[in-house]
Design a protein around this ligand. Structure first.
Ligand code: XMP
Length: 430
């Protein structure tokens, strides 16, 4: 390992990640580990320079209070505690240390080096992946989202053709997305890429299905089935690569924290397809994953792309999906994205997309009455997607987008701008 590390022991604090981020922001790598870590486990981690016992008010698990093993205090590694008045440390903080206090601990007491950067992280992870995988084969579901793209790029660097990426096009991708995955991973990075165009299969299963949760269920389970079929065709796969990132792990619950939501990147594979997991991004926060992607040379539009729901355009083509409405949705969304990129709004707005409801509205084309679809524009800003406010897009920009959509997508007769914040609305329409 190239990087020095500070280990934070989780005693139930809700602020473990705040401490981890503070330490990383000061240039030192840090990881959060369970409170009952043993000395042997600690020795497995390379380059541990210091330990922080991070208390908090929940220091109980299943009715028993949470304590750390006594031998941790007698190692040759400096230990401090935060919000843990009984701790046996000499240096105890009641609240989060200031940056100056933390710097003193990191650089004076622990003699850590500020060598946490993406270049070192990538080199470390390549070494760890090679050690874990040996000469075995790894399979990865590559959706083209930020996390799976970055993990793919890292694994290609680490193990090259021992990795097989499977990209399933469910027919609900945005314009040119699958083409970009093929171009970047198949052509530029020369990966083993299996491309499956499952458009007809997904749209067939979704035919006539209008209920949003039912649509989501079909898309999710069909995805697993297609992926499973491909996995069975490939021989000798022992590992499954996953773009798990740190927030996924936190939300899935730790020994001291309750599960917020269970996390499945590729959940639900059958019992007999059990793989060991390779998760090189599991310690990274989202902004660090993007920085890792940049370090690996991925294109900016892939690394900085806006969030896109797993069910894709399926939940934006409202009600029962039809091919012509899906086409209107895909084309109008592409125009919106182009215009946002031209005006710089793509760098400012958190999420923006179009939606096509399942009805037609009257319009006039070539002096004749004609019925057409309605395109709704949604553009929102948020920190955590729990609440969101709308972006106040300039009217000239909106009118230009409207003019382009109605000119270039003949099946559309109207364009609307949606102005409801979350709550009362949600970000998506379904
Ligand atoms: P809502 O509509 O709940 O959206 O305000 C909040 C954020 O979650 C995304 N979203 C999804 N992402 N699968 C996903 O992977 C889904 O089924 C799904 N539904 C909503 C949405 O795009 C927004 O960023």
């Amino acid at each position: 390992m190239k990087q020095d590390m500070i280990v934070i022991l989780d005693l139930g604090s809700t602020e473990n990640t705040v401490v981890a981020r503070q330490i990383r922001s000061l240039g030192v790598y840090s990881e959060i580990h369970p409170h009952d870590i043993t000395v042997a486990e600690l020795n497995q981690l390379d380059n541990v320079k210091g330990i922080i016992l991070n208390g908090g008010e929940n220091r109980m698990v299943d009715g028993a209070s949470v304590v750390v093993l006594d031998e941790l205090y007698s190692l040759d590694i400096p230990v401090i505690s935060i919000d843990y008045p009984e701790s046996k440390c000499e240096v105890k903080y009641n609240t989060l240390p200031s940056d100056e206090e933390m710097k003193a601990f990191l650089f004076n007491d622990c003699k850590a080096e500020a060598n946490w950067n993406m270049k070192n992280f990538v080199e470390d992870q390549i070494e760890l992946v090679r050690k874990q995988v040996g000469d075995k084969k790894v399979l990865l579901a590559l959706s083209g989202g930020v996390d799976s793209s970055v993990v793919a790029a890292l694994l290609i660097k680490a193990i090259g053709k021992q990795l097989t990426c499977v990209h399933v096009n469910h027919g609900l991708m945005r314009k040119n997305e699958s083409e970009n995955v093929i171009e970047v991973f198949g052509n530029q990075l020369d990966a083993n890429l299996v491309y499956i165009d499952a458009t007809d299969r997904f749209l067939g299963k979704l035919e006539g299905v209008a209920e949003p949760e039912e649509k989501r269920k079909i898309i999710g389970s069909e995805f697993i089935r297609v992926f499973e079929e491909e996995a069975r065709k490939l021989e000798g796969i022992e590992f499954l690569g996953q773009g798990t990132i740190y927030p996924d792990i936190i939300e899935s619950g730790t020994k001291t924290a309750k599960c917020v939501k269970s996390h499945h990147n590729v959940g639900g594979l059958p019992e007999d397809l059990q793989f060991a997991l390779v998760e090189p991004l599991a310690q990274l926060f989202k902004d660090e994953v993007r920085a890792c992607g940049v370090e690996l040379g991925l294109p900016a539009e892939m690394v900085y792309r806006q969030p896109f729901p797993g069910p894709g355009l399926g939940v934006r083509c409202l009600g029962a999906i039809t091919r012509d409405r899906l086409e209107a949705l895909r084309e109008s969304d592409a125009i919106l994205r182009e215009e946002f990129a031209k005006t710089g709004l793509d760098k400012k707005v958190w999420q923006y997309f179009t939606v096509v409801p399942d009805f037609k509205a009257v319009g006039v084309r070539n002096h004749e009455r004609s019925m057409g679809y309605m395109v709704v524009i949604r553009a929102v800003n948020t920190i955590d997607a729990m609440t969101a406010s709308i972006e106040r897009i300039d009217y000239d920009i909106l009118e230009n987008i409207c003019a382009r959509i109605t000119a270039e997508v003949p099946s559309v007769s109207r364009v609307c701008y949606e102005i409801t914040p979350k709550p009362v609305a949600t970000i998506e329409f379904e």
